[in-house]
Write a protein that binds this ligand. Structure first.
Ligand code: AMP
Ligand code: TRP
Length: 326
């Protein structure tokens, strides 16, 4: 059985971009893969976090994993900092990475804003991500499109070490959704939907009330030609809404274009509100049940044990290859 690994940072509420780009794949894959889903709390401290909030967010992301349908009996759910192998492998990979390749990472360039004194953690972020993935001999990494460059770096590091020290790592592959790999902001369809954008109406969070979902969709930026057609370059707003509609309903974009031939944006948006509310309501209800439950704590403790059991022999293998220890 192929092994799957992915992670999400415990920062704030997840939005439908996270769900359609990544989490939906988590659920699909668990039926016929060995899946490991991590809450990457050590990645989140690359920027300052409130300690109490961080703990709560970590639990909340795990609760959301379960609320969208990740089953802790099938998949491993755990927090990154509870398995020491991530930090150990991080150092070993650090010593095999180059400052040049890390400086080229777009996420780093965006987050550091080109500042001379950017935190070192931000710079090293992709190496820790590579460690997460390689620590479990991962075959497949389900993520959104924005992580493509990081997956490429992970592959480069794995191949580099394998060439230098002999077969050490499995070289993983990214897995991306057709619809949903890049959900755009509702107020500005040329920017990615993100957790941190100041305008609440730019995103739909998985835990949003129906009234907020309605407001955000009805107000979303479109264009003035009134035709419902997929055309990213000329109609980014409608194209984004079509992708979201398609991802939630399972209908193809061509089908939706046909269904809405001759109807206006108003009706289309109203229907999209309904589809979105129907998809998110059960997630919200389930989240509220799981949050704060013993079931959640037990699932995460058990996840740590199972993750460690996979990671330890890999760390031992890597240390042997490098001649570390006695
Ligand atoms: P993050 O919130 O940055 O930890 O992202 C968690 C997962 O959601 C990653 O797999 C991202 O690639 C994915 N993701 C984040 N934003 C979007 C978006 N706007 N559209 C699609 N996927 C996204
Ligand atoms: N960098 C990813 C993001 O921002 C989160 C992440 C950390 C991750 N480690 C990972 C994703 C390992 C997949 C696999 O979304």
């Amino acid at each position: 059985m192929k092994r799957v690994f992915s992670g999400v940072q415990p920062t704030g509420n997840l939005h439908i971009g996270n769900y359609l780009g990544a989490l939906k794949q988590f659920v699909e894959l668990q039926e016929d893969h060995e899946c490991i889903y991590c809450v990457v709390d050590m990645h989140s401290i690359t920027v300052p976090q409130d300690p109490k909030e961080l703990k709560q967010h970590t639990l909340d992301i795990a609760a959301l994993y379960m609320a969208v349908g990740v089953d802790p009996k099938k998949s491993i759910i755990f927090a990154q900092s509870t398995v020491p192998g991530h930090a150990e492998l991080n150092w070993i990979l650090t010593c095999n990475s180059y400052t040049g390749e890390l400086s080229r990472m777009t996420q780093y360039k965006q987050k550091s804003h080109g500042a001379e004194s950017a935190p070192t953690g931000l710079f090293m972020y992709p190496v820790l991500m590579a460690a997460d993935i390689l620590l479990y001999d991962t075959d497949i990494v389900p993520v959104g499109n924005d992580q493509k460059q990081h997956i490429e770096l992970t592959r480069d590091l794995a191949i580099r070490v394998n060439n230098k020290y002999g077969e050490t790592f499995v070289v993983p592959e990214g897995r991306f959704m057709k619809a949903g790999a890049r959900v755009m902001a509702l107020d500005d369809p040329t920017a990615k939907m993100s957790k941190s954008a100041p305008n609440e109406m730019s995103r739909i969070s998985l835990l949003d009330e129906p009234s907020k979902i309605k407001k955000a969709i009805m107000r979303s930026t479109t264009d003035s030609d009134g035709v419902i057609r997929f055309d990213i370059d000329n109609k980014p707003g409608i194209s984004n809404l079509l992708s979201i509609y398609s991802a939630f309903s399972g209908k193809t974009i061509e089908q939706l274009e046909k269904d809405y031939e001759g109807s206006g944006y108003g009706q289309f948006k109203k229907d999209l509100v309904e589809v979105t509310v129907d998809a998110l309501s059960p997630i919200r209800e389930r989240f509220l049940e799981i949050r704060g439950s013993q079931e959640l704590i037990d699932a995460m403790k058990n996840g740590t044990e199972r993750a460690n059991a996979i990671a330890e022999p890999v760390i031992k293998r890597v240390k042997d290859r490098f001649g570390l220890g006695i």
